[in-house]
Write a protein that binds this ligand. Structure first.
Ligand SMILES: Cc1cc2nc3c(=O)[nH]c(=O)nc-3n(C[C@H](O)[C@H](O)[C@H](O)COP(=O)(O)O)c2cc1C
Length: 314
């Protein structure tokens, strides 16, 4: 069997994260080196119900050739119908077979699909019939490693690529993600889990023979992870402003609240970060938040300049 060629525009992408990977964050990551990205997971039922909220999740015109629409659900016909409705909105359709959150799993969706591999097979078969490009994002098993079985099902049903988070569903996010995963090379395989630097990305892909990787938590507040660039303080503040402004245009005054999810990331490893976060997390006005960031970054600059000067003298 000849290995399928990847349809993805590159080997490092932004992983799906509910409540995080929206249009603004995707744009920030694309401009800093992400080759592709996902929407957050969207319920197949909600697509069939034509809920207007889905418009905020679905890819926009300017990114549609690099964003995959991720669907979740547990009914093969709902999922395939939803796939056929939204597939033209993005580059491809991805099935979520990995989310371990109880609310999702108890309905048999997300990683709940790994408890019944026969059902998973039927769902993949039905979605494959309609989706022009179709991938599955999954975990290595429900409560034990059985990725060989999962891989064989996905490949025999003709998926175009697999994204594998190297933990079982039961593990949730605990322990270390494994990168050394069964990979007979029949379809492109992309690793997910614990990629926290560009070097991690290189190690995970080169050492373990993966076709690429997707980054989730490691990209929050560090969109430079995709290129491996070391951002200057100027670039950091420019990015923070771009992010705050983007969220304001998407969500209005609520954008400030959305941005709180990124404050820790953008200030990671900087001096006085904890003190600043305590203040910044309470700010409710966009301009005030930007002023607070300017003040904070000035302070950081002074501290760092002091350290550099001392080093040069010493
Ligand atoms: C806040 C959050 C939301 C997530 N939402 C989704 C989701 O909607 N769909 C999905 O397949 N995975 C989701 N994930 C899992 C990630 O895509 C990824 O597989 C996992 O976090 C491991 O990668 P990491 O170590 O790079 O974070 C989510 C993870 C986090 C932290």
């Amino acid at each position: 069997m000849v290995k399928k060629a990847s349809f993805l525009p590159g080997n490092i992408g932004l992983a799906p994260m509910a409540g995080i990977t929206d249009y603004t964050f995707r744009r920030i990551c694309f401009a800093r080196g992400a080759h592709f990205a996902f929407t957050e997971m969207i319920s197949a039922k909600s697509i069939l119900m034509n809920l207007s909220v889905n418009e905020t999740y679905l890819p926009r015109e300017d990114e549609k050739y690099k964003v995959g629409v991720q669907l979740f659900g547990s009914d093969p016909y709902e999922l395939s119908e939803a796939a056929s409705i939204v597939q033209e909105r993005g580059l491809w359709i991805d099935l979520n077979a990995g989310c371990p959150v109880n609310k999702v799993v108890k309905k048999g969706a997300g990683s709940g699909l790994l408890r019944d591999l026969h059902k998973l097979k039927i769902i993949v078969r039905e979605m494959r019939k309609v989706a022009k490009r179709f991938t599955v994002k999954t975990r290595i098993g429900w409560d034990k490693y059985e990725f060989e079985k999962i891989y064989d099902i996905l490949v025999s049903e003709g998926v175009d690529a697999i994204f594998i988070h190297g933990r079982t569903a039961k593990q949730m996010y605990s322990g270390e993600a494994v990168w050394d995963i069964y990979n007979p090379g029949l379809v492109p395989l992309y690793i997910s889990g614990d990629v926290y630097s560009h070097d991690d990305f290189k190690r995970a892909t080169e050492k373990y023979g993966m076709d690429g990787a997707i980054v989730a938590r490691g990209a929050i507040g560090n969109p430079w992870i995709f290129s491996g660039a070391k951002p200057s303080l100027n670039e950091r503040i420019k990015t923070v402003f771009e992010h705050i402004d983007g969220l304001y245009s998407e969500y209005g005054t609520h954008g400030v609240v959305e941005f709180r999810k990124f404050i820790a990331g953008y200030t990671k490893d900087l001096p006085y970060a904890r003190e600043f976060r305590n203040v910044a997390m309470k700010i409710t006005d966009t301009d005030e938040l930007k002023r607070a960031f300017i003040e904070y970054f000035r302070r950081v600059e002074n501290v760092l300049e002091g350290i550099y000067a001392q080093n040069e003298r010493g």
